[in-house]
Design a binder for this molecule. Sequence first.
Ligand SMILES: Nc1nc2c(ncn2[C@@H]2O[C@H](COP(=O)(O)OP(=O)(O)OP(=O)(O)O)[C@@H](O)[C@H]2O)c(=O)[nH]1
Ligand SMILES: [Zn+2]
Length: 356
Amino acid sequence: MASGFTLPGLGWDGGRAADFTAHSDSGRLAGRVARVDKSACTVLTEQGELRVEYGDEVPCVGDWVAVRLGAPGTDPRLDAVLPRRTAIVRGGVGRGSRSGLSGDSSGHVLAANVDVVYIAEPAAPECDLGRIERLLALAWESGAQPVVLITKADLATALPELLDAVTAAAPGADVHPVSSLEGTGLEPVRLPAGRTAVLLGPSGAGKSTLVNALAGAPVMDTQQVRAADGRGRHTTTHRELHVLDGGGLVIDTPGLRRIGLTDDAAEGLAQTFADIEELAADCRFADCAHDAEPGCAVLAAVESGDLPERRLVSWHKLRREAAWMAGRGDARLRAEQTRKWKVIHKEMRRTGRNRP
Ligand SMILES: Nc1nc2c(ncn2[C@@H]2O[C@H](COP(=O)(O)OP(=O)(O)OP(=O)(O)O)[C@@H](O)[C@H]2O)c(=O)[nH]1
Ligand SMILES: [Zn+2]
């Protein structure tokens, strides 16, 4: 792209400017990371789109960065990643999630500085409420506002009922049916200038089609487009930040087969299951596990039909998973420390020193 972007159009504000002052004095350029590849990333700046090399500090899509322009003929280099306001952190792929916002690898932080998390769940063949809850936990944990989009709404057989079921599974989040195909339901999804959304959801949910519908002009290849030119089923393979025509920014992500929770998902789960948390206040025991305890208000709500049993089952499942991740994190930490000490002891024996 030849022309530049305006920083406010990319989501810049006074706080970012303050973060940037430490880097601005020596002719550095502020920009927003649109895409990350091995060793280089695409950064949107007032001077246009730049290819920027990075080293040990790995940026992720959505990051605000300081770029150092090299001598003519050399590639710009990443100088620093500015502090992240929000971060979508995916668990279950190595360590580093403990620190949340500063997760230590690009594979870990899916997107940064996002205002809204759009959770795309297709109306057909079926809506998977458990998957929505899992993504809601991730979204609440990120610090951004989750919004559930029932995509391919044109294929729904009983939309009002579906809407009710999804709304019950998403307390505190707005739920909107959308059809990119028919162009309906898009208004509440449109973003004001400078606001950033990330789209999460399974492969085939219609995320790329929705990005195109919001953009007004095709910015993404979709499965259909590719199928037509004989190149088979296209799937999004990388995360990318798109600047929409009407303002607003959206990050498309590949449909992840499995999004694990991080080991510190407790807060996100509490918000995802705010209805269960509220009921739990009336359980006889303060530490009620809502399993088989007498005087359990949650089980009573399931019994009376106020709380779908599916939801309690989902709560148990995700809580177990988060607890397991936490245990695994601790086990890894211990193993790492043991390894470190083994090396130190070996070195001590070798040098005859008895202190590290
Ligand atoms: N009926 C209907 N089909 C849609 C709609 N949106 C997308 N589709 C179709 O669903 C299929 C998948 O759409 P994509 O946008 O590629 O899905 P995706 O979520 O980006 O998939 P990945 O890139 O694999 O993550 C395509 O064949 C689209 O034409 C819609 O609103 N209604
Ligand atoms: Zn209980």
